[in-house]
Design a protein around this ligand. Structure first.
Ligand SMILES: Nc1ncnc2c1ncn2[C@@H]1O[C@H](COP(=O)(O)OP(=O)(O)OP(=O)(O)O)[C@@H](O)[C@H]1O
Length: 370
């Protein structure tokens, strides 16, 4: 894992160091400090950080509320200038600093999808996507056959061809999000930056949106960088995570490395809510009232899927599953559960099992729970 909180800043970097740091990245930041101005006073939120993303890769920007994800993405997209350091783009014509690129040139390399979309009145989806062609159409704004083809292509890439002639205002949140992504694709960028692309979507919609971004990264050779609040989803699909902990530090690494290293828990965990490595999820605190061993038929290993959901129901009931023999045993059978304790209880649902464990666990004096 690369911790990127090094105190280097752009002022201390010469050209060679900069080139070394880029290493062919489609977008890179060296010694970057991102933040805002309070009057004339700069207020750094993120950095100093060295970051880079290559084409074909999917980076998830993670961190708790207010950690600076939006500020970082806006800075990387050239929407706001860095407080310090450099953001550079590597195109076919070489590596250039973002702040020195013409706006149209930047727009053909980097497309940004933020959360605050403009009010587009009665424009149809196709009209919105066509706006993405502006960096290519020049001052006349006249669309060629190729431009129209690119609009169709972008709509198709996000699965929104059937929405082309619908007014944006009449689409669902998920459909609208697809159109905004299509507009960004119509720019034919190498880098796609998205701020919370799954906001307002239901769970299947979020899975679908993240799947789409991952597919776009692979099939269109795009460098995709997206801030995502769905930690579980992000940890599963991102090639790399940029983890912001709110102190300015950005930890960079494979999601699994960041999890094992404890960085995810450090960034998100609170006194009573911890990131549990065994389940890759946040665990709510429960008052443990009983230890339970879980077995399959005749003491054999249980079916892993049924055991997983059994463990969840037991945890909710305040029981902790242990690997040794315990005062309570749950036998996971193909069609039911058998709880052995002070008495044996047959349960046909996990709801019944949870209730039975609660009842059994509560009568055990703490000192007797070995
Ligand atoms: N222009 C600004 N003026 C004042 N404060 C700002 C400005 N821009 C950002 N901030 C502050 O910087 C911090 C980081 O904001 P940012 O929106 O980047 O966080 P975030 O990680 O995207 O949060 P969330 O997950 O809630 O969207 C916040 O405390 C925010 O209030």
């Amino acid at each position: 894992m690369t911790a990127t909180s090094s105190p280097s800043s752009a002022s201390s970097l010469d050209g060679a160091a900069l080139d070394g740091a880029l290493d062919g990245a489609a977008l890179a930041a060296v010694g970057l400090r991102a933040g805002y101005h309070d009057g004339r006073q700069p207020v750094p939120i993120v950095g100093p950080a060295d970051l880079s993303v290559h084409r074909g890769r999917f980076v998830a920007v993670l961190g708790p509320n207010g950690a600076g994800k939006t500020t970082l993405l806006r800075t990387l997209g050239g929407v706001i200038p860095p407080l310090d350091g450099r953001v550079t783009a590597t195109t076919a014509s070489g590596t250039r600093e973002l702040t020195k690129m013409k706006r149209a040139d930047r727009a053909t390399h980097i497309a940004v999808v933020l959360t605050d979309h403009p009010d587009v009145g009665l424009l149809r989806a196709r009209d919105i996507v066509a706006i993405g062609r502006h960096p290519h159409t020049g001052w006349s704004g006249r669309m060629t056959a190729r431009d129209h083809q690119m609009v169709d292509d972008a709509l198709e890439a996000v699965g929104a061809t059937h929405l082309a002639d619908r007014e944006l205002a009449r689409l669902s949140d998920g459909q609208r999000q697809r159109v905004w992504i299509a507009r960004a694709l119509a720019q034919e960028p190498a880098v796609l930056l998205l701020d919370e692309p799954t906001a307002f979507l239901d769970l299947p919609g979020r899975v679908e949106a993240i799947g789409l971004l991952r597919r776009l990264a692979a099939t269109r050779d795009l460098a995709v960088v997206a801030s995502i609040h769905d930690l579980d989803l992000a940890l599963r699909v991102a090639d790399t995570a940029w983890l912001l902990d709110g102190s300015g530090t950005v930890e960079v690494g494979a999601p699994e490395d960041l999890a094992l290293d404890g960085a995810i828990d450090r960034a998100f965990g609170r006194d009573d809510i911890r990131f549990d490595l065994a389940t890759a999820s946040f665990q709510l605190p429960v008052d443990c009232c009983a230890e339970v061993s879980v077995t399959g038929v005749d003491g054999r290993d249980p079916d892993p899927t049924r055991a997983l959901w059994t463990g969840r129901a037991l945890a909710r009931a305040g029981a902790v599953v242990v690997d040794r023999s315990a005062w309570l045993t749950v036998e996971v059978l193909p069609d039911r559960w058998r709880l052995r304790g002070p008495e044996t209880v047959e349960c046909t649902t996990l709801q019944q099992l949870a209730e039975a464990v609660r009842a059994a666990g509560l009568v055990v004096p703490t000192g007797d729970r070995q």
